[in-house]
Design a protein around this ligand. Structure first.
Ligand SMILES: Cc1cc2nc3c(=O)[nH]c(=O)nc-3n(C[C@H](O)[C@H](O)[C@H](O)COP(=O)(O)OP(=O)(O)OC[C@H]3O[C@@H](n4cnc5c(N)ncnc54)[C@H](O)[C@@H]3O)c2cc1C
Ligand code: FES
Ligand code: FES
Length: 479
């Protein structure tokens, strides 16, 4: 069934909206059309968390509560979801939600501008976790900035939640909400408003038909890159196909040889799944944007963006990943090695889409990855490095090293790899391999780091990796 209006759940009823502009942000919809002004606008680029709202989505007959940045979410993507705003946390009898109460009791708010965003980020944590460990709290608010409190009162407020009853009005209404979500979450969307088109197919088969007729449409996954064209560059996107509504693209599976990640799988799911196989992959993903970004952003979007500082990319290159591309007729498998052509240019053709990513499992290898950025949380890499090394009888038997932030594209360190191959890990090898990096890369200087600093970091990360492998332990906590 295809509809030209979108339906979502708000305050336990189905809301239908017609004639939504496909480029309207959820934040504008909330503040202007719903006239709920608790949700704030701080940056319009997903960087401050002031606009955080929570979306309830049905998965395996349960509601998953996800914090998202409403400033970079297009309103039509609300289709089939439950919208929860800071205003909705107060019960009918006027009592505060445990999260709000904790923020009051621990003085978690001063000027108050960031407070609704923090409350919603903590609300998502409260609903999704049974224990509020220190790192769970830290992770949950990594995407929210506060310039007044120094964060400690907010962290104390969050810690106090472990003594609160988990049952709230959302638990009370859960059965009704699930029933309503089931009514609306099986609908495909086709909207034409203000000369713009928006499609949200449910299946790959529908996507292929849409692509055939709308070859110039922009594919929208998490929108954590694409939406900034509207919110920051003030451009219109005239034709959008929403990928994250496609259920048969949202999967992670594995066999003995590899993991396959469907294009619309949120990064947050990959972060949990891959920990067992590659703990350092998870370590990097934990520092990728914020939970608000990873709740919607996808590995396919990261690959298609082809940014030199895309964090998944050096990791995937070092793991010899492949991308499965499809169009309305054919399927093609490409090694990621040959996928990036130039700055933000890939081999993706019009009408093609990334179907999935294949990540081989190197069971005998050491896989290590490091990210260096100005800030620990929610910051773009100055340099990101990944090392996939097999050692047999103290010698390096195979090696794949890739860096982000060192060239116009994420790139392998071919000469450095040559030096390391068949060598023992000792001071002499490390020194030669570091020197080889100077031939592999000519990093540029920009606002994030100078070229000289980048080269120094790249060399130091290589050395750190070699020492950690040799000593079989992790050194330091930062990278
Ligand atoms: C606040 C903030 C913090 C960020 N932090 C980081 C970070 O730490 N590390 C990092 O690497 N990036 C970061 N980013 C960048 C962004 O998250 C990535 O580029 C992201 O991976 C894009 O994925 P997406 O699903 O949101 O893609 P979208 O924004 O939806 O799309 C990005 C591009 O990919 C194309 N595309 C999407 N899906 C497909 C598909 N299936 N097939 C073909 N093309 C497709 C789109 O058409 C578009 O051109 C950050 C962004 C923000 C706003
Ligand atoms: S307004 Fe800053 S993250 Fe949305
Ligand atoms: S209380 Fe003022 S920005 Fe957080």
């Amino acid at each position: 069934m295809t509809s030209n209006f979108i339906s979502f759940i708000y305050r336990n009823r189905i809301v239908k909206i017609k004639n939504l502009d496909p480029n309207e942000t959820l934040l504008d919809y909330i503040r202007i059309k719903l006239t709920k002004t608790g949700t704030k606008n701080g940056c319009s680029e997903g960087g401050c968390g002031a606009c955080t709202v929570v979306l309830g989505e049905l998965k395996d007959n349960e509601i998953k509560y996800k914090a998202v940045n409403s400033c970079i979410t297009f309103a039509p993507t609300l289709q089939g979801k439950q919208l929860i705003l800071v205003e909705d946390l107060i019960s009918k009898d006027g009592s505060l939600h445990p999260v709000q109460e904790a923020m009051v009791n621990y003085h978690g708010s001063q000027c108050g501008f960031c407070t609704p965003g923090f409350v919603m980020a903590l609300f998502a944590m409260f609903k999704q976790n049974s224990k509020f460990k220190d790192d769970t709290i830290r992770d949950s608010i990594a995407g929210n900035l506060c310039r007044c409190t120094g964060y400690q009162p907010i962290i104390k407020a969050a810690k106090s939640l472990k003594n609160k009853k988990k049952f709230d009005q959302f638990s009370h209404n859960q059965k009704t909400t699930i029933k309503l979500l089931k009514k609306i979450n099986k609908i495909s969307i086709a909207i034409k408003t203000n000369g713009k088109k928006y499609f949200a197919p449910r299946y790959v088969s529908e996507l292929k038909k849409l692509l055939k007729k709308n070859i110039d449409a922009d594919l929208l996954s998490g929108g954590t890159d694409l939406s900034l064209r509207v919110t920051k560059e003030r451009q219109d996107i005239n034709s959008i196909i929403y990928m994250n509504s496609i259920i048969d693209l949202n999967f992670i599976k594995n066999n003995d040889q590899y993991i396959e990640v469907g294009a619309s799988t949120p990064l947050i799911d990959l972060e949990i799944y891959i920990k067992k196989y590659y703990p350092d992959f998870t370590k990097i993903l934990k520092r990728y944007g914020s939970p608000q970004i990873r709740n919607v952003g996808t590995v396919a979007g990261n690959i298609a963006t082809a940014s030199p500082i895309g964090d998944c990319l050096p990791l995937l290159l070092s793991l010899n990943a492949q991308v499965i591309l499809k169009d309305f007729k054919k399927t093609k498998t490409l090694n990621l090695d040959s996928f990036f052509i130039n700055y933000r240019k890939t081999k993706l053709k019009k009408g093609q889409f990334i179907y999935s990513v294949i990540i081989p499992l190197f069971k005998k290898n050491k896989f290590k990855a490091y990210k260096v950025s100005k800030r620990f949380d929610d910051d773009i890499s100055s340099v990101c490095a990944a090392f996939n090394i097999e050692i047999v009888k103290n010698k390096i038997q195979s090696v794949r090293i890739a860096y982000g932030g060192m060239a116009a594209i994420p790139k392998r360190a071919n000469l450095c790899e040559k030096i390391l191959l068949n060598s023992l890990i000792n001071d002499e090898t490390i020194s030669k391999a570091k020197k080889a990096l100077e031939k592999d890369f000519r990093p540029i200087s920009d606002m994030r780091a100078s070229g000289v600093y980048r080269m120094e970091i790249a060399k130091n990360l290589l050395e750190k990796c070699c020492i950690e492998i040799k000593e079989n332990k992790t050194i330091g906590v930062y990278a």
